[in-house]
Write a protein that binds this ligand. Sequence first.
Ligand code: ARG
Length: 455
Amino acid sequence: MKLWAGRFSKEVDKKTNDFNSSISFDARMFEEDITGSIAHAKMLCKQNIISKEDEEKIVNGLEKIKEEIISGELAIDPNAEDIHTFIEGELTQRIGQAGKRLHTARSRNDQVALDIRMYLRKENEKLINTVRQLITVTAQSAKKYYDVVMPGYTHLQRAQPITFGHHLLAYAQMFLRDLGRLEDAGKRMNVSPIGSCALAGTTYDLDRKFEAELLGFDKPCSNSLDGVSDRDFCIELASAISILMMHLSRLSEEIILWCSWEFKFIELDDAFSTGSSIMPQKKNPDIAELVRGKTGRVYGDLMTLLAFMKGLPLAYNKDMQEDKEAIFDAYDTVNVCLSAFIPMIETMSVIEKNMKKAASGGFINATDCADYLVGKGLPFRDAYKATGELVAVCIEKGETLDTLDIEEYKKVCDLFDEEVFEKIDLQKCVSERKSYGGPAPENVLKEAEKILKEI
Ligand code: ARG
């Protein structure tokens, strides 16, 4: 029997019923639905809208239902229209008249808006903790590899020497911003829509502030139309998650490259790699690839939310039922990605000699060579040109700046002497890059420790 049975003379067509139903994906909000209903009953009683006796029956009945769903004693009916309908129906079956009073001054429109906010608040707190772990693991790794020299790239061409620790800390900064975005969206979301009712509030004397406080919200929303039709929080959270996934995907891409034979900068732990069914030599970075792939899926969730909201007139429209699958999928996906990604980062090992070798081979100390001439009084543009000529000589002779004879240096510019080799030594090049935010090992250690202390 439908909630709206009074107005209709026919049962709804089975296929229409299935199409309309959201229970298969909103059942996961059963605890929030019950918590919300308990607070609603308490508020109704405090305002003398229902009796104390009815309130007690409702609260006890709902608590029992919750326990039974958790223990598995009560199965959620897959044929119910949604979780709100199921719980209210179950309660009414158990406690009779009192159950029918629960929905006074409430609509499923404000009920669902409430439930989803509470559910996402809980999920967001979990995700925030996981992102903290991600930051911790990234900063710990940076600390471990604080002085390991590697080539820094632009255009995927070797550019200047950096430390691996510094490279990892760049990601730590991205993750810190992700954390900030999730926290910020969480704060903005923490406003209670309950009491907006279907769209136009109610004539009952509600205490919305009291109900909001019972449920841990900062305040009730101040416009009933906005209360039931706002899904900004889903979009904000999905976009914060999308940006986080974008960062994970960039790091994944680098990990995939670094694992290749062409780079061989790192090795993933066996527990976080896979083999091939046919090629015995293969060790594949599947986790990183899947994270990169699933990023597209999370972007899809964000697009779903943005697209279905864009043309909706106020207030509630059934289109909005689509919010849940999209935002739940975004959380589920980022959670499953992080559950594999964090230990993969924690256990990966670095092949320092390969990083160093790559750093030695690509003239990445050319800027330092030019800076050496600047130190000798040459303007930077001239120093740049002279170093360019030197690089051309090296390429022609199959040498590097470190192996080229000093006489060749002098031919290009007579300001050069033996000291240049010390200046362009890679370890020296990075340790001298002490400018604030630069890759010098001492900077990396300080920065990693700062992050670990603050997180
Ligand atoms: N199941 C709906 C949703 O998830 C909530 C019910 C509101 N339905 C309605 N016809 N007013 O959005």
